[in-house]
Design a protein around this ligand. Structure first.
Ligand code: KIV
Length: 277
């Protein structure tokens, strides 16, 4: 594992060298520092924070100020990883000017080194405007959670053939449009593995998959899914590498018991009394 700071141009080099790119979401200092210490390449301050931190049913309610708040905490923890901040719903769709201002806030106030936007052809001009002022842009296509109402839920995309949003050929065109607009990487979410592979081979910029099969140039998971930190278990595409929900529940249960039994605090948890002179 290299200790060198990961920067945007490293992503292209990693794709060229067939070196898988690793990304995890993070929303606060301790987890960002743990992941950074473990050699993660990128930390994504995802608008998934609506669901995993705030307990909402979708990502739609998150504001740019909330993403800035969480990005600042993650950026303070960063030593090596690239910090990418999500642009939340309606922070970039109204006009390219507003998008540019909000992307700038994520960099200036949050400390992000790149921003991520959902969509393809429909937001290509906005991507071009943001990238033109040297704010690196990561695209996000396929199952785009901000489109939950159009998709009718968090549903796998790209199974149907066609040029309508979410269809197979359209997703290939979306990826090409993002690359042409200057995106330095593209997240592909919730598509069959064959499409994850086809898109990854069709563009020169690296792709980072989540539920898009093994043939993307990198992988990203929501940290709560990776750590088993959800009440109802991880989705099919995610592998829990730990079971922190159960571990935290066991710790809290032991704490409650020890306080009730007067076993905590023990003498070793108490301050020394003042010396009598
Ligand atoms: O918000 C998020 O966590 C994301 C990942 C699922 C890629 O966009």
């Amino acid at each position: 594992m290299t200790q060198d700071k990961v920067r945007v141009p490293d992503f292209a080099r990693m794709k060229a060298n067939r070196q898988p790119i690793t990304m995890l979401t993070a929303y606060d200092f301790p987890f960002a520092r743990i992941f950074d210490n473990c050699g993660i390449d990128a930390l994504l301050v995802g608008d998934s924070l609506a669901m995993v931190i705030r307990g909402e049913d979708s990502t739609l309610a998150v504001t740019i100020d909330e993403v800035i708040y969480h990005t600042r905490a993650v950026a303070r923890a960063r030593r090596r990883a690239l910090v990418v901040a999500d642009m939340p719903f309606l922070s970039y769709q109204v006009s390219p000017e507003e998008a540019l201002r909000n992307a700038g806030r994520l960099v200036k106030e949050g400390g992000a080194e790149a921003v991520k936007l959902e969509g393809g052809i429909a937001i290509a001009e906005t991507v071009r405007r943001i990238a033109a002022v040297d704010i690196p842009v990561m695209g996000h296509i396929g199952l785009t959670p901000q489109s939950i109402h159009r998709m009718g839920g968090h549903r796998v995309q790209g199974r149907k053939s066609g040029r309508a949003p979410g269809c197979r050929e359209r997703l290939l065109e979306d990826a090409a449009a993002l690359e042409a607009a200057g995106a330095f990487a593209i997240v592909i979410e919730g598509v069959p593995p064959s499409l994850g592979r086809e898109i990854s081979h069709s563009v020169n910029v690296p792709t980072i998959g989540i539920g898009a099969g093994p043939d993307c140039d990198g992988q990203v998971l929501v940290m709560h899914d990776m750590l088993g930190l959800g009440e109802s278990g991880a989705p099919r595409f995610a592998k829990p590498f730990a079971n922190l929900w159960n571990d935290a529940a066991a710790a809290a249960t032991a704490y409650v018991r020890e306080v009730r039994e007067h076993a905590f605090p023990a003498p070793e948890h108490c301050y020394r009394e003042a010396r009598r002179s």
